[in-house]
Design a protein around this ligand. Sequence first.
Ligand code: SF4
Length: 495
Amino acid sequence: MTRVTASMLYNHVQCPHRVYLDEHGDPCKQDPVDDFVELLWERGNSYERQVIADLGEEYLDMTQYHGDERETKTREAMIAGAPLVYSARLSHGDLLGEPDLLRKVDGQRYIAGDIKSGVGYEGSIDEGEGKPKKHYAVQLALYTDLLHSIGMGAEGKRAFVWDGRGEVVEYDLDEAQGKRTPETWWQLYKRIKAEALAIVQQTTQALPALTSDCSLCHWKTHCRKIIETKSDLTLIPELGRSRRDTLSQEFGTVQDLAKCNPADYRTKKDSTIFPRIGIKTLEKFQERAELRIAPDSKPYLKTAVNLPNIARELFFDIESDPMAGICYLHGFVVRESGDNNGETFHGFMMNENTQEEEKRVFAEALDFIRSSQPCVIYFYSKYERTIWKQLAERYSSVASVAEIEDLYEHENMVDLYYDVVYRHMVWPTHNHSIKTLAQYCGFSWRDDHPSGAASIKWYQDMCRTGDIGLRDRILKYNEDDCRAMRVLVDYIRTL
Ligand code: SF4
């Protein structure tokens, strides 16, 4: 009997097709595990070991047992009333779960918890906006379901995450997912569980979809081939899985969508026959589809763009590790009066993983911007702004959040993605990442495996080993990211 596990539900939240492939796909078609995924595993394991070593309370350790024996020992521990069980295993019917922790709360009843090296909530809890993470919630719900099924679950449907900041974040699974989503976390779990089971039993089908989750998935080469062959709608930038599933009732391929007249699908003022897809959205994707299939297709401007005309241009990009909550490099390529040969690179990079170092490089980067005025600063997407605001929250003696907001609001700060590519352009590419667009414009990175995820791995390895070669590799990679923006700006100016 195939059982539904917590990792299956986690994968389903990211991509239902992954559940299918992991169960029924040909293992020979898998890509090797990505270095960054390995880093995440290592980090998760080492954080778990550290939490357990520093626990400061008694617990029963099940790690020495395996399979059915671990399950038997877990049940015995709970029946004996152990206050805390580590590395448990539970099963019942078609469910199997291995919660990191089981904590006795009332009488002989238990709640389950997982140790996660990430933050326990989505968004900012400090600002009261945090909410449970979907992929954590479904895993915790499975453990809670198991505890209730074997008669050991505490009242209500509660669970917890011991998160990467050392905080215990409570998950009330009976709560609604949000103001606009009345479905509770528990109902979500029931739905995802039923879907995962149907996929595994092949009573339903889950199609591949080209999304950002594919980049770290071990099926990416296999799925990409299928998506290209079928000319799947997810080849259109930002269309995504759920819109594909809606639109595919009418348009099976990119060609079908390209040929359509969006006005034929208009209903009321701004709506279409497709739920949650307005006429403007349909027009946008039809335009992109049309360009994608056109022979000799070239990007074009839908509306005019006025880039600031200032002699000094700064192309700015940061390197950060969101899981560890650090920003370790701020890089700038500087060009004067359009002279590519005279451009220079300035990288402000942490030498070790400390708050003092993070504060130092933040202050130096900000000083660099101040001393470079007047200038135009190009960056790509809202990420830099978000991270700089977080840095200002942490290091208010360097700059206040208001100062950072003012800086990014300035007319000479240009978000190349949001202010230009997204608002004014149509590209024939499958996404709008700076890598894809700059490569389209003929730029190539000097590194063989350039990616933000790889940079995080190099930085972690550098901190661990002190390898100076890795420091150079990160700086070079960041310099190329900055230069890629310059290439994109020059290309856009030719249009
Ligand atoms: S490569 Fe993409 S579509 Fe394929 S299983 Fe992975 S996440 Fe899903």
